[in-house]
Write a protein that binds this ligand. Structure first.
Ligand code: UD1
Length: 440
């Protein structure tokens, strides 16, 4: 059962005020994992995936894969063996994937391998309209007939043949999906205006480790030469850029000092740059970053952009932190139009933010007071937790099933840094928590 089906376990209680200090280890990247797990079924041999995050989205996808006959063998919490030789059905049931948007990666994987896929459209966070035209355009370009029927994408091809695909917008999902579908197409596929996110590169590296021939991932142009088959591999997923960035902002907002371990500092450069502008000290080590915030935070400007720009998935965490910085900050959200849903919630904690279209004008306040707020989506929910940790008094965060889609043991990791946060079973626990944490 997933947490959203057990509403009683769906709250965090947080007493704010303590700086977060210590070390935290970052897990595997959720968004890379979702694509890599789907891509793993493209081989008939067993593929071992390591450093897999144990979060709801990856678990939902693995369940859906089991249901179409993929053998999913969980070696331990973060290692899974996948064998896609017994896929008996290229049609995925709506009930299996309605909770995750990234189920669309099964289209690229199934179409690429079996030349046929039927996958329902749905799921993910409601952060704005999320068209799939570029995915469909790419599949069609390499020879598939694609239709959207009764809420499903139905794709079919006699054979797939390499082609030129120009992406009208920079899209992570379509870049990865077309890359997967083209892996075993005849001849050469070129994806122009490709997304350059770290997880696009990770998926390409993974496919190459199975014998694919993909060049240029991480640049605007990806070239794929089709191969006949993909073989077994053992692959470790890259660290999660967004989980790491969330803990970086946790240090900033609580005046803390956190060593964030198991990261690729290069992937965090846009986040580090903004924290430096805000007055934090950043130390980059080989596979760790240390973020210290000692004085008052300063206002700055942020515009979300595709990688290497500032990630849209970090915008809410940055927003709640800037709302406590001295001066007026401006955030422009240029990827998804519905990513300011945390603003109404954070206003209840005392923030002064005005949203006009895709721009938030943030007048910094000196502090927050605890309040009962609700997670509007995954990253906005995490941002509200950060705000609550820096607030005066107790906060209740509702709907944490969103947060659990993408953060493994978020509350445990925050507790180990000195945060006072508990997952709560019922409304009755709020009073107990308030009394208990007041004594400490
Ligand atoms: C992925 C991430 C998500 C992140 C986003 C942007 C996963 C599972 N999710 O989402 O966390 O916020 O990248 O970094 O990896 N677009 C089109 N047509 C399309 C596809 C996209 O117009 O066919 C537009 C979208 O509306 C959006 C932009 O392109 O404005 C970027 O979307 P995209 O990169 O595809 O996001 P996702 O892959 O859905």
């Amino acid at each position: 059962m997933y947490p959203e089906e057990n509403k009683d376990l769906d709250h965090y209680l947080v007493r704010g005020g303590a700086p977060l200090v210590g070390e935290v280890t970052i897990g595997g990247a959720k968004n890379a994992a979702l694509a890599i797990l789907a891509a793993a079924i493209m081989s008939d041999e067993t593929v071992t995936i390591e450093n897999m995050p144990d979060v709801r989205d990856t678990n939902v996808l693995l369940d859906a894969m089991s249901c179409i006959g993929v053998i999913v063998d969980r070696v331990d919490r973060h290692t899974v063996k996948i064998n896609g030789s017994h896929v008996r059905n290229v049609s995925i049931e709506y009930e299996l994937v309605k909770k995750i948007r990234a189920s669309y990666y099964l289209i690229g994987a199934l179409l690429g391998k079996y030349k046929e896929a039927e996958v329902p459209l749905q799921g993910g966070c409601n952060i704005g309209s999320r068209p799939i035209d570029q995915h469909l355009k790419g599949f069609r370009a390499i020879g598939a007939e694609v239709a959207v029927r009764r809420g499903e994408i139905v794709a079919k091809a006699d054979k797939l043949v390499g082609a030129h695909v120009y992406m009208d917008v920079v899209t992570v999902g379509a870049t990865i999906n077309v890359m997967m579908a083209a892996c075993m197409a005849e001849g050469k596929t070129t994806i122009e205006n490709a997304a350059k996110e770290p997880h696009v590169v990770d998926v390409a590296n993974f496919l190459n480790s199975m014998g694919a021939n993909i060049k240029g991932a991480g640049t605007d142009v990806i070239r794929i030469r089709g191969v006949e088959r993909l073989h077994s591999a053992t692959y470790s997923i890259i660290p999660d850029q967004i989980e790491a960035g969330t803990f970086m902002f946790a240090a900033a907002i609580t005046n803390g000092d956190i060593l964030i371990k198991n990261v690729i500092p290069k992937h965090l450069e846009s986040i580090s740059a903004k924290l430096i502008e805000m007055g934090c000290q950043i130390e980059e080590l080989d596979d760790a970053v240390r973020v210290r915030s000692t004085g008052e935070l300063r206002a700055t400007q942020i515009k979300t952009l595709p990688y290497p720009g500032f990630p849209t998935d970090m915008q809410p965490q940055a927003g709640v932190t800037l709302a406590r910085a001295k001066g007026t900050s401006v955030i422009q959200e240029s990827i998804f139009e519905n990513r300011f849903k945390y603003v109404d919630e954070i206003t209840r904690m005392g923030a002064d933010i005005k949203v006009e279209g895709n721009t938030a004008i943030i007048n910094g306040v000196s502090g927050y007071t605890g309040a009962r707020v609700s997670s509007p989506d995954l990253r906005a929910g995490a941002a509200l937790v950060l705000a609550a940790l820096s607030a005066d008094g107790v906060s209740v965060i509702d709907d944490i099933h969103f947060i659990e889609r993408g953060y493994e043991d978020f509350d445990r990791k925050l507790r180990e840094l000195g945060g006072t946060i508990e997952k709560c079973d019922a409304d009755a626990d709020i009073q107990k928590f308030t009394l208990k944490t007041a004594i400490v």
